[in-house]
Design a protein around this ligand. Structure first.
Ligand SMILES: [Zn+2]
Length: 409
């Protein structure tokens, strides 16, 4: 294996908005195309001998080649919530196993997550091998066109039933239908959570309270050919509560590294291990917090606010022209955010192909925060939610770049 060290760009570069990642990119020097979270399960399905084409990845064998995945009868895919490629690279001194993996040249470059870089959108993109424009999961909150209300897609508050909102078949259910073993190892409370039903339905779910038991359950499942999924949430949770740059986060990160090392040591010989994340995290700056409630120019003409502090969706009031809202927001925010109408964003390929039924769920105006800016609405969000020390959702490198680490036990 060729060794290589990862160079971390300076923080101004990492916090700059990046060009929109294209799902249809064929240039593998850039993120997009196969170098995307949506490609991971199609590629793994090919590696285990049951290729599952999707509308965005019609040739899983090629996708697997482009991602450099070896064949294996059994694969374990680990998704670490919130552990972006640069978050990992900047703290790799605390993670011996991950550091050694990253030192392999095949693992030394990020792939991209979807936009918005947030769990609900990324989980469904990953689970179906498609994109938010098809999964209808386009943000932490979004409009429910059936009720006219904003719904929240972690617990599906005010939302449609998960199976009715997210209608793309999951890779798990498609593999299961072909008699392939699919096992998901996770916390008991997520066994039949709405997000699991939307993004990961079809797996045999093994619930365990303790992290070590979840690791060992994944290793035991991997003795039978097929696919095993292990979800690790603590980097995201600790990041939101204490900041990804806190000592508490480092403690969580060290424990995650220990769990992964344990997985590697106990997985049956020859098991393919793939480690990814759903998004990275930026540390917020209280001085860069913008409250829509305190800004008449920003609130004007906006009937509802969805999304999240780094990826805001504005729903225009009846009769209001989205272009006027866009102009006012651009004037007010300048370099601090990228402001696009829905039509511009869709034309840019932000969400991948967008189904007709998904269009009205998206805001009329979409705002992506740059640098360490957060855009909150104290009329509808709790004070705590508007002041989280670390968040994600926008299209900076820190948020969009995710690890894609390959190991073989
Ligand atoms: Zn999060």
């Amino acid at each position: 294996m060729e060794r290589m060290s990862v160079e971390v760009p300076d923080s101004a570069e990492l916090l700059r908005l990046q060009p929109t990642v294209r799902y249809d990119s064929t240039d593998d020097r850039f993120r997009g195309g196969s170098r995307h979270l949506s490609a991971v399960l199609p590629a793994v399905s090919s590696a285990i001998g049951h290729p599952m084409p999707t509308p965005l990845h019609p040739d899983p064998d090629r996708t697997r080649d482009e991602l450099g995945l070896p064949d294996a009868s059994s694969a374990i895919v680990v998704l670490i919530d919130g552990l972006g490629f640069w978050n990992l690279a900047m703290r790799r001194g605390h993670a011996r196993y991950l550091r050694s993996l990253m030192g392999d040249s095949a693992n030394a470059h990020p792939i991209a997550t979807c936009y918005p870089s947030t769990t609900v959108a990324a989980m469904s993109t990953f689970g179906t091998g498609t994109c938010p424009g098809l999964t209808a999961m386009t943000g932490y909150t979004q409009l429910n066109p059936e009720t006219g209300q904003i719904c929240q897609l972690i617990q599906f508050k005010e939302a449609m039933e998960p199976e009715r909102l997210q209608t793309q078949p999951t890779i798990f259910e498609r593999l299961t239908a072909e008699q392939v073993r699919v096992t998901s190892s996770g916390l008991p409370k997520f066994a039949s959570s709405p997000l699991t039903r939307a993004a990961f339905r079809g797996a045999d779910y093994i619930p365990n309270v303790h992290p070590k038991d979840r690791v060992m359950a994944a290793c035991a499942a991997a003795r039978t050919p097929g696919l095993t999924y292990l979800y690790i949430r603590d980097a995201d949770k600790t990041g939101h509560n204490y900041g990804w740059n806190s000592d508490k986060w480092i403690g969580a990160f060290e424990r995650i590294d220990a769990q992964l090392n344990m997985l590697r040591r106990n997985a049956p010989r020859g098991t393919l291990i793939v480690i990814v994340a759903d998004h990275g995290m930026i540390a917020t700056d209280p001085a860069q917090r913008i409250d829509i409630a305190a800004e008449p120019d920003l609130a004007r003409g906006v009937a509802a606010v969805g999304g999240e502090p780094r990826a805001v969706m504005l729903y225009a009031a009846p009769g209001e022209d989205p272009e006027s809202i866009t102009r006012r927001w651009r004037d007010r925010l300048g370099e601090r955010a990228l402001v696009r109408t829905r039509d511009q964003a869709i034309a840019d390929g932000v969400y991948g192909p967008v189904a007709d039924r998904v269009r009205p769920m998206l805001g009329d105006v979409l705002v992506s925060a740059a640098d360490r800016v957060t855009i909150v609405d104290s009329r509808i969000q709790s004070d705590k939610a508007t002041r989280l020390p670390s968040v994600h959702g926008s299209q900076t490198s820190v948020e969009m770049d995710i690890p894609f680490l390959i190991d073989v036990a």
